[in-house]
Write a protein that binds this ligand. Structure first.
Ligand SMILES: [Zn+2]
Length: 336
């Protein structure tokens, strides 16, 4: 598993700030790796490989590692990472990510699984080190649901209509920024999930963003969620068993999480939305896709406060602009 982790460059790259520190205009100058930097030291727990908090601090050259009880705070000049023993939540600059495995504890150390280090922490802290830099000039926008598949029934309307309207606004916002766009649907029509994937897979030099709005039986449920495909042999955030098979979409694990981070962090900061976290799932539209892909849930149409916001054109415009800005930052972060 450590094969995925480059042992060459040992600092958080300045580009991490493009995707996680959208509030700060300041950029960390990359530090120069030294020969004395330590290699990864694996700790086996229940058959799984883990890396200690101290090892992570040393490798990424965090300025400081603060231990308080079960919590660990990794401090870099303008980037802070926080995790807690027993928890699957990790915060990077106050953005919530969901780990595939809880933080483990051994001998006073809080350890992270190598899968989470390779598939989440590393691509977020060092997006410029993603192995295969992708060049894209096109965004495939997928408006979820359509026709008889109305999606969630909201207080003021059906999800399928919000998805399409949002997608058209996103199309305009991206084109204003110089991107080409392709839409899986531009009208109230039905496409199966596999048709959406087949369409997206025919588009070259592109990334894929599926737009949805959320619903819940509980009127109190609120906030933004962004999904990236679950890595091989891990469970989805919302439960379900882990799959051992490697899916086509897993080729882009690193870019998927970096894209999810950029979009999610920008939206949380700009729209001051409730942060439900960056999550993992094996949605059909993410499984078979051959390009970096995310599924974005832009709030709950079943929550009275959020439904009011979603109903407003100003909110949908702001959301579209924010996602488009996040795509620009992602492109800069992963480009060579
Ligand atoms: Zn939906």
């Amino acid at each position: 598993m450590t094969a995925h982790l480059s042992s060459q460059a040992r600092s958080i790259t300045a580009r991490a700030l493009l995707i996680v520190a959208v509030v700060s205009c300041q950029v960390i100058p990359p530090t120069v790796p030294t020969a004395s930097a330590k290699e990864w030291q694996l700790v086996k727990i229940n058959g799984r490989d883990y890396i200690s908090d101290q090892n992570v601090r040393d490798f990424y050259r965090f300025d400081n590692l603060v231990k308080s009880g079960d919590e660990r705070l990794f401090k870099h000049r303008t980037l802070v990472m926080r995790w807690k023993t027993g928890s699957q939540a990790v915060h990077i600059n106050n953005i919530l990510f969901n780990l595939s495995y809880p933080i483990a504890e051994r001998g006073g150390k809080a350890l992270i699984s190598t899968i989470d280090l390779a598939k989440l922490v590393d691509p977020v802290l060092r997006p410029s080190y993603i192995k295969k830099p992708i060049r894209f000039n096109t965004v495939v926008i997928d408006a979820g649901h359509g026709a008889h598949d109305s999606g969630a029934k909201g207080i003021y309307g059906y999800e399928k209509n919000y998805n399409l309207d949002m997608s058209l606004r996103l199309k305009a916002a991206l084109e204003k920024r110089g991107f080409k766009t392709r839409m899986t649907r531009t009208t109230d029509t039905f496409l199966s999930l596999s048709q959406r994937v087949a369409f997206a897979n025919r588009v070259d030099n592109a990334i894929f963003i599926s737009i949805h709005f959320n619903s819940s039986g509980s009127r109190r449920a609120a906030g933004i969620e962004t999904y990236a495909l679950a890595p091989q042999s891990t469970s989805s955030t919302n439960g379900g068993s882990s799959w051992s098979s490697f899916l086509n979409g897993n080729v882009h694990d690193a870019e998927n999480i970096a894209l999810a981070t950029s979009v999610h962090a920008h939206v949380i900061h700009e729209l001051k939305s409730t942060d439900r976290g960056i999550k993992r799932a094996r949605f059909n539209v993410l499984r078979g896709i051959n390009k970096p892909a995310i599924l974005f849930e832009g709030g709950f149409v079943t929550n009275s406060t959020e439904a009011k916001r979603i109903k407003s054109e100003a909110y949908r415009d702001k959301l579209a602009d924010t996602i488009a800005n996040a795509v620009v930052k992602f492109q800069r972060a992963v480009g060579k």
